[in-house]
Design a protein around this ligand. Structure first.
Ligand code: ADP
Ligand code: MG
Length: 283
C-alpha cells in the first residue's frame, strides 16, 4: 500500500465577503501528481496558501505523512516547496543568487547550497544562464528558476500554482516535461490549473473544483471514458451541441446524418468535455 503524502480534511475558508472553501477533502499518494482543475475564483490558490502556511483556514485539518501541519509548522515548512502563481524572484539578482538566498532562508549550509544549485541548474537546463540576472531571462526560463528555487531544500512535496499561465504553447510543453521529470525523481506534486489539457497530460488524478467545492476526483482516463470515446460537435445556428458515443460506428452514423444540414466535427473525448458537461448540469 502506498503512503499518503498529503491529506486535506474538510477545509473551510471564510473571507469577510465570500466563503472561498466549502469543505475541501482529498488525499495525495506519495510520488503522485494530483491536479486541482477549475475556473478562476474556484479556490485553488487559497488551498495552496493554506497548505503553505501563508493563511489560516477557518476550519479543517491538513496532514503531511500523517503529521498535522498546524501542530508541526516548522517541520511542515521544510517538507514542501512552493511555486507561486506570480513570479516573485528578485529581478535584479542572478539565477544563482536567487537560489542562494532561498538556501539561507531554509538554513542550509553553504556546502549543501552549492551542491544543490549545481544539481538543479543541470536539471532545469540553466547552467549556462547561472550568472544572468532574472530580468534578462525569458518567461519560460523564469518559470524554471521559480520551480528549482522551490526545490532547493529538497522538499518531499511540491506545490505548483498555475505553473504555465501566460506562456507560449511550445514553452508550456517544455515546462510540462520538466514537471514530469521532477515527479519521476520522486517528488509528490500538487498542481493547480485552469487548463484542461495541462491536467489531462500531467496528472495521475484530477479533482474538479467549482466555487470552493470539489465535484469529483478520478484519473483523466476514467473521467473521459465515463462520457464516451468519441465526441461529435454539431455547429447549430447560435450554439454548439456535442454528442458522445462509445462506438465509432455509431458516431460516424450520426456524423453522416448531421452533416447533411450542419457543420460537424468528430474527435476524441477530452477533459474539456467533462468540464463542460459539469457546467451544463450546474445551469
Ligand atoms: N485575500 C482575500 N480576501 C478576500 N477574498 C479573497 C482573498 N483571496 C481570495 N479571495 C476570494 O476567494 C475566492 C477564491 O479565490 P482563489 O483561491 O484565488 O481562486 P483560484 O486560485 O481558483 O482562482 C475568490 O472568490 C476570491 O475572490
Ligand atoms: Mg489562483
Amino acid at each position: 500500500m502506498s503512503n499518503i503524502a498529503l491529506k486535506i480534511e474538510n477545509l473551510v475558508k471564510r473571507y469577510p465577503s465570500v466563503l472561498a472553501l466549502k469543505g475541501i477533502s482529498f488525499e495525495i499518494k506519495e510520488k503522485e501528481l494530483f491536479a486541482l482543475l477549475g475556473p478562476n475564483g474556484a479556490g485553488k490558490t487559497t488551498i495552496i496558501r493554506i497548505i503553505s502556511g501563508l493563511t489560516q483556514p477557518t476550519s479543517g485539518n491538513i496532514y503531511i505523512f500523517n503529521k498535522s501541519i498546524f501542530n508541526n509548522p516548522i517541520w511542515a515548512k521544510n517538507q514542501i516547496g512552493i511555486v507561486p502563481q506570480t513570479i516573485n524572484l528578485d529581478l535584479e539578482l542572478s539565477v544563482e543568487e536567487n537560489l542562494l538566498i532561498h538556501g539561507f532562508l531554509y538554513r542550509m549550509s553553504l556546502d549543501q547550497i552549492k551542491k544543490r544549485i549545481e544539481e538543479l541548474l543541470e536539471l532545469a537546463d540553466l547552467t549556462f544562464r547561472r550568472k544572468s540576472k532574472i530580468k534578462e531571462l525569458s518567461g519560460g526560463m523564469r518559470r524554471r528558476v521559480l520551480i528549482i528555487r522551490a526545490l532547493m531544500h529538497n522538499p518531499k512535496i511540491l506545490l505548483l500554482d498555475e505553473p504555465t499561465v501566460g506562456l507560449d504553447p511550445h514553452i508550456r510543453r517544455k515546462i510540462w516535461s520538466f514537471i514530469k521529470n521532477i515527479q519521476s525523481n520522486g517528488t509528490t506534486i500538487l498542481l493547480t490549473t485552469h487548463y484542461m489539457e495541462e491536467a489531462e497530460i500531467l496528472a495521475d488524478r484530477v479533482a474538479f473544483i467549482f466555487s470552493g467545492k470539489i465535484i469529483d476526483i478520478d484519473t483523466p482516463k476514467n473521467f473521459v471514458n465515463r462520457l464516451g470515446n468519441y465526441a461529435l460537435d454539431v455547429y447549430l445556428q447560435n450554439k454548439t451541441k456535442t454528442f458522445y458515443f462509445k462506438s465509432k460506428d455509431e458516431a460516424e452514423q450520426e456524423l453522416l446524418r448531421y452533416s447533411k444540414k450542419y457543420f460537424v466535427s468528430l474527435r476524441r473525448v477530452n477533459l474539456e468535455d467533462v468540464f463542460l458537461t459539469y457546467m451544463e448540469k450546474k445551469k
